[in-house]
Design a protein around this ligand. Structure first.
Ligand code: NAI
Ligand code: PYR
Length: 305
């Protein structure tokens, strides 16, 4: 198995590290416009790989992505404190177009995972520019937001986040929404879960407060440390693992729904998106999802691709 990562900044290098630690591939190619950076990261990661699996890790040019099973895109501008993801749209669209042309040329059979923000709009750009079937162009969508939600609920309830079945869908951004109507913990609707709380100090899960914290996580972290990298790196490594191991696992990637890329539950297997899972939404959730979809549509129209 071979993965290439384009963009080896904070997110790209952390993603490479997560992939090395999962021992997913025999070959990992790192590409960045800053060649020294890619070379330095490749060398450092090669040393790390000796604790896991014999892996060829090298910096390269676009010719070197040939034969990749998966290409991960993280190149481009990141938010500065106070900026929204959508503010990056014009800067990053050109970069994603150029990268996608190279992917089409050198790795026409690969599965593309796009991380670069605004992730829904940029995944659409990658899909249009590569001309690949939509199952082979996947955005990380709201996988990270869903992980944040589960982590916070798990922390509050003293439960593994993996046992919490709750999803964030929509734009990976300010218009995303939590699907509380079908959220469950151990088969119990999340809205009833506090009834059996064993703790003396009950927190009475404040779902809207938790959602606001999830939605604003990136702003908070960027304010404090300048970027987010570990959460998205783990999310992307898990997504790549689901493809490589043909897991049939449900994530909330950015996928094609009504001609827009948007965060939505989907099953991931060796072909990328196996299929979308039609989650049931109540009226309010459905309205919010439509609003979110329209925001993404508006930004896709702005870049006129
Ligand atoms: N989807 C998600 O959940 C998340 C998305 N992101 C996004 O990931 C992207 C990267 O973020 P960071 O790694 O923090 O930024 P960074 O600035 O640390 O790294 C970006 C890298 O891209 C490289 N680059 C820029 N243009 C390039 C080109 N044309 N070809 C090759 N390399 C190029 C730069 O040299 C730099 O090393 C941003 O758009 C950010 O908003 C970040 C975290 C989570
Ligand atoms: C930066 C970003 O998109 C995030 O951490 O959610």
């Amino acid at each position: 198995m071979k993965i290439s990562i384009i963009g080896i900044g904070r997110v790209g290098s952390s993603t490479a590290f997560a992939i090395v630690n999962k021992a997913l591939v025999e070959e990992l190619v790192l590409i960045d416009m800053n060649k020294n950076l890619a070379e330095g990261e490749a060398l450092d990661l090669l040393h790390a790989s000796s604790f896991h699996k014999r892996t060829v890790i090298r910096a390269g040019d676009y010719e070197d992505i040939t034969g990749s099973n998966i290409i991960i895109i993280t190149a481009g501008a990141a938010q500065k404190p106070g900026e929204t993801r959508l503010d990056l749209v014009l800067k990053n669209a050109k970069i994603i177009q150029e990268i996608s042309q190279n992917i089409k040329k050198y790795a026409p059979n690969s599965i593309v995972i796009n991380i670069t923000n605004p992730v829904d709009v940029m995944s659409y750009v990658a899909w249009k520019t590569t001309g690949f079937e939509s199952n082979r162009v996947i955005g990380t969508g709201t996988i990270l937001d869903t992980a944040r939600l589960r982590a916070l609920i798990g922390y509050n309830c003293g439960i593994s986040p993996m046992s919490i079945h709750a999803y964030i869908i929509g734009e990976h951004g300010d218009s995303e929404l939590a699907v509380w109507s079908s959220a469950m913990i151990g088969g119990v609707p999340i809205t009833n879960f506090c009834e059996d709380c064993p703790f003396e100090q009950k927190c009475n899960l404040q779902l809207e407060e938790i959602f606001e914290e999830v939605k604003n996580s990136a702003y908070k972290i960027i304010e404090k440390k300048g970027a987010t990298n570990y959460g998205i790196a783990s999310a992307t490594a898990a997504l790549a693992e689901a493809i490589i191991k043909n897991e049939g696992r449900v994530f909330t990637p950015s996928v094609l729904v009504d001609n827009v890329y948007i965060g939505y539950p989907a099953i991931i297997n060796k072909d990328g998106i196996e299929r979308i899972v039609n989650i049931s939404l109540n009226e309010e959730e459905n309205e919010k999802f439509e609003v979110s979809k329209n925001i993404i549509k508006e930004y896709i129209e702005k870049i006129n691709i």
